[in-house]
Design a protein around this ligand. Structure first.
Ligand code: BEZ
Ligand code: FE
Length: 297
């Protein structure tokens, strides 16, 4: 007996999109449903817009495969991809809408580490960076009215004078150029470090290949990372950027905001604060106040 003719299922490109969107209609979690349906619509629109070829789609799959394979506990290639595509900064802007005058956030980046010790105010976090130019950073942690916040924690991390984070050095696992500082009743903080330098993000993987193919540079302007937390306030993940840096307008991860730029002023002789931190010659001085948003329910 002849088998029945199969039902015809020819579809247009737009009908496939509609059918896939419909297939997610039963997703119980409404947020997941919205995300998946929107993702499908936008991904299909992109494929149709550029008329993606099979070879290009396979190349994209290989690129994403290599991106995953590059990830380890020391290397987060997907964060680099998100950052260099500007997605991290769009998410940042959506998620951290703050009142005027509150310190703005920026990308977290892949180099924050857990297990960093709280150290006394005024500590030198750059003892293992002998080639760094000495710098002193100071300022206050304040509420929106300018009142000091006591017991605020400033988790600080930065690259060394060679432009590398501790986790990028292969010879040691040691935590370097990191520290956690706790403010006193005056809300003040101060510590010694190395003058931050511009550095390229790791570009020996697929993200670096993408940058090279697009004639984009991999550099970030000089900065120091801060994660500032205090009870009763929203935390802020941010950087303080050096105003003299030539990459401020072309940060490869789009992380610069005007309000986060400050001067690192060269001084030929140490002032009292610098001398108290063991600085004997020329050094750089930067001041930056953090304003925290009171916690919203
Ligand atoms: C960083 O500033 O540490 C960073 C941010 C994004 C990508 C790579 C590094
Ligand atoms: Fe950084």
């Amino acid at each position: 007996m002849a088998s029945p003719r199969p039902v015809r299922t020819n579809k247009t490109e737009d009908q496939i999109t509609a059918e896939v969107v419909e297939r997610f209609e039963g997703t119980p979690d409404p947020r997941l449903r919205r995300i998946m349906q929107s993702l499908v619509r936008h991904a299909h629109a992109f494929v149709k817009d550029v008329e993606l070829t099979e070879a290009e789609w396979f190349q994209a799959i290989q690129f994403l495969t290599r991106t995953g394979q590059m990830c380890s506990d020391k290397r987060q290639e997907f964060i680099l991809l998100s950052d260099t595509l500007g997605i991290s900064m769009v998410v940042d802007l959506i998620c951290h809408r703050k009142d005027d005058g509150i310190t703005e956030s920026t990308v977290f980046g892949p180099f924050h580490r857990e297990g960093v010790a709280e150290v006394p105010m005024g500590s030198n976090i750059a003892t293992e960076d002998p080639n760094g130019e000495p710098a002193v950073m100071s300022g206050r942690v304040l509420d929106p009215d300018g009142n000091p916040i006591q017991n605020a924690l400033l988790d600080v991390w930065q690259a060394d004078s060679a432009g590398l984070y501790d986790s990028q050095h292969t010879e040691t696992e040691n935590l370097r150029l990191r520290g956690i500082f706790r403010t006193g009743a005056d809300g003040r903080y101060w510590f010694r470090t190395s003058r931050p330098v511009a550095y390229p993000i790791p570009d020996d993987g697929p993200v670096g290949d993408m940058l090279k193919a697009s004639k984009r540079h991999p550099w970030r302007p000089a900065h120091v990372h801060f994660l500032v937390t205090a009870q009763g306030f929203e935390h802020v993940t941010t950087h303080v950027f050096e105003s003299a840096d030539k990459y401020l307008l072309s940060d490869t991860v789009f992380g610069v905001k005007d309000s986060l730029i400050t001067d690192f002023v060269r001084r030929e002789t140490p002032d009292e604060l610098a001398a108290g931190m063991g600085i004997t010659g020329p050094f750089y001085r930067a001041n930056y106040d953090f304003f925290l948003q009171p916690a919203r329910s």
